[in-house]
Design a protein. Structure first.
Length: 262
């Protein structure tokens, strides 16, 4: 699994970074919200430990979405104050608190899914309002550092998770290590407003993340690993397309109203 992460993580960070340079940080955030890293990890856990264990890890990942929403919201607001280090500290602490709370409650599949879905919906109203964005600084000098730091941080978290059982393994599997690295470099290069844009994109992308693990936790262990994965990918992509269509419709409606208000 460590080898898998050592391969996937830097490639994924590079792809998300290049997407952000080309189409903006919000699109990069959507991509960062997909279970590109955590999904294969949970699947490999199921292959190694069995689908019953994999089902528990998938459920923990669903619960982890709640902590991700708390982290993103707190980190965004802290970033708008203009100080990166306190923002990272606040984000990590709030993630830990959210993870501890959800671990203590330990809801089953259906209530866990509703709690995480409700948190994602509410997050759209809790994030800072969008502001005018400054032009992005197109520099690729930091890409190797993003890839290296993201890989090291992810491997350290994985090593810790391997000693903590299925619940914390699943929760730590969705710790926003990669996103924290990406937003840190975006903050340093382009400022806090671009971080907020990226966070909005990630929270939208988490809808696909949530559905992916809901499907896995629902069909394991009755379905084969391959069939479960194919079904989870198909449904999560369909949900993400629906969410993006809905969000774009709202943006167009708001932009159409703005000139009238002026």
């Amino acid at each position: 699994m460590l080898i898998l992460k050592a391969i996937i993580v830097p490639i994924f960070i590079a792809i998300v970074t290049l997407v952000g340079r080309k189409w903006g940080h919000k699109v990069a955030g959507v991509l960062a919200g997909f279970p590109v890293v955590s999904g294969p990890i949970v699947v490999f856990v199921a292959l190694d430990q069995g689908t019953v264990f994999g089902q528990q890890v998938a459920l923990a990942a669903i619960n982890g979405v709640f902590a991700l929403v708390i982290f993103t919201t707190a980190f965004c607001w802290a970033c708008t104050r203009g100080h990166l280090v306190p923002a990272i500290f606040i984000g990590v602490i709030t993630w830990l608190l959210g993870a501890l709370v959800i671990q203590e409650i330990s809801p089953k599949l259906i209530p866990a899914s509703f709690i995480s879905a409700a948190a994602l919906v509410l997050s759209n109203f809790l994030l800072p309002r969008a502001r005018e964005l400054s032009p992005k600084k197109a520099s690729f000098n930091d890409l190797p550092w993003r890839m290296l730091i993201g890989t090291i941080l992810t491997l350290v978290i994985t090593a810790l998770a391997s000693h903590l059982g299925p619940m914390w393994s699943g929760t730590l599997a969705v710790f926003p290590a990669i996103f924290l690295v990406l937003t840190t470099f975006v903050f340093l290069a382009d400022g806090p407003n671009h971080v907020v844009e990226m966070c909005r994109g990630m929270l939208a992308g988490l809808s696909a993340f949530l559905i992916f693990f809901v499907v896995l936790a629902s069909v394991w262990p009755s379905a084969s690993i391959l069939n479960a994965c194919l079904l989870a990918i198909a449904i999560s992509l369909a949900v993400q397309l629906t969410v993006q269509f809905f969000l774009r419709s709202i943006e167009k409606r708001n932009s159409a109203k703005t000139p009238r208000q002026k």
